[in-house]
Design a binder for this molecule. Structure first.
Ligand code: GDP
Length: 295
């Protein structure tokens, strides 16, 4: 995960470690390399620039030039700033309702259906919940079948109605079904398109307004780099969602999405997807991710 970024940051910080005497010039050089590494990893230039400016200010404030181990101090400052950029603390999901309703949003192919299954499985095994999965994609029958396959795999009931072409109605019926059958979590998988479009936004926004979920999650493929950030912004403008799910972090993503999303939409990354299997789900810990990136 993020091997290229890790290598580059490591090299950038080595410049400092290698110098006998630390000067303002080589601190500046180091930060320039850090910035370059971030931009290469698909982090927006402005975010990368703000990032290195913040590290520079702290480095000056903490007297990096006089520190006995300036290299180590710089690594710590970069790590702290990276943690902050990715959201600081770990954010949980709101399971307060009965049932608690979780609405999944995102583009087609982002990993919504897979993640809906992973989350149901996670809640069932780790939190002893009784989830219900709901298929609200009224355009692609294959998507409904896919959710049934996932549900069978993890032993979680799936609510669907292939004859019904009204996703709001399906969601409402599913919630009624959950109440009658003792499901305390309802996870609603919605239709996505290949790109952001008005009809999709109108539909998800209607579902959102009608069912008033406790938790609206936006699922995005980390491999799409800066596009992931743009898509997040478009969905957040309409849904004001509660959290981000970053999928496919097991691929050779450059990491830009993980680093930038929080600062663009000001919503935390809550979980990450690290594979196709139902168990490939992790709670997102900004500090652990920063540790991983900085090796
Ligand atoms: P949806 O259209 O948003 O519902 O997306 P899907 O859940 O169907 O996922 C699209 C593809 O991405 C499928 O082939 C999934 O197996 C795959 N996928 C989903 N999440 C991950 C992940 O975290 N890692 C990897 N490698 N593949 C994933």
């Amino acid at each position: 995960m993020f091997d290229n970024l890790s290598d580059k940051l490591d090299k950038a910080l080595h410049i400092l470690k290698g110098h006998g005497q630390i000067t303002e010039v080589n601190v500046a050089d180091t930060l320039k390399e850090v910035r370059r590494a971030l931009v290469d990893a698909d982090v927006n230039y402005k975010i990368a620039k703000n990032f290195t400016n913040a590290v520079k200010e702290k480095a000056i404030g903490q007297g990096v030039l006089k520190d006995l181990k300036p290299g180590q101090l710089m690594v710590k400052l970069v790590k702290d700033e990276l943690t902050e950029l990715m959201g600081g603390d770990t954010a949980g999901i709101n399971l307060s309702g009965n049932p608690s309703i979780i609405l999944m949003s995102g583009l087609q192919g982002s990993g919504k259906t897979t993640f809906s299954g992973k989350l149901a499985n996670y809640l069932k095994t780790k939190k002893t919940k009784k989830p219900l999965l709901v298929a609200c994609d009224v355009y692609r029958p294959a998507a409904i079948d896919q959710l049934h396959v996932v549900g069978d795999q993890i032993g979680v009931e799936v609510f669907s109605d292939k004859e019904n072409k009204n996703p709001v109605d399906i969601a409402q019926k599913a919630i009624a079904h959950a109440k009658q059958n003792g499901h305390n979590v309802v996870i609603i998988d919605t239709a996505g398109r290949l790109a952001v479009d008005e009809a999709m936004m109108k539909e998800i926004s209607e579902i959102h307004q009608t069912i008033q979920p406790q938790e609206t999650l936006f699922v995005v493929d980390a491999m799409t780099g800066q596009d992931a950030v743009n898509t997040a912004k478009a969905f957040n403008d309409v849904l004001n969602f509660d959290g981000v799910i970053l999928t496919k972090l097991d691929g050779d993503t450059r990491g830009g999405a993980a680093i930038s999303i929080k600062s663009v939409v000001n919503k935390p990354i809550k979980f990450i997807g690290t594979g196709e299997k139902m168990e490939a789900i992790d709670v997102f810990h900004p500090s652990r991710m920063a540790d991983r990136i900085l090796g």
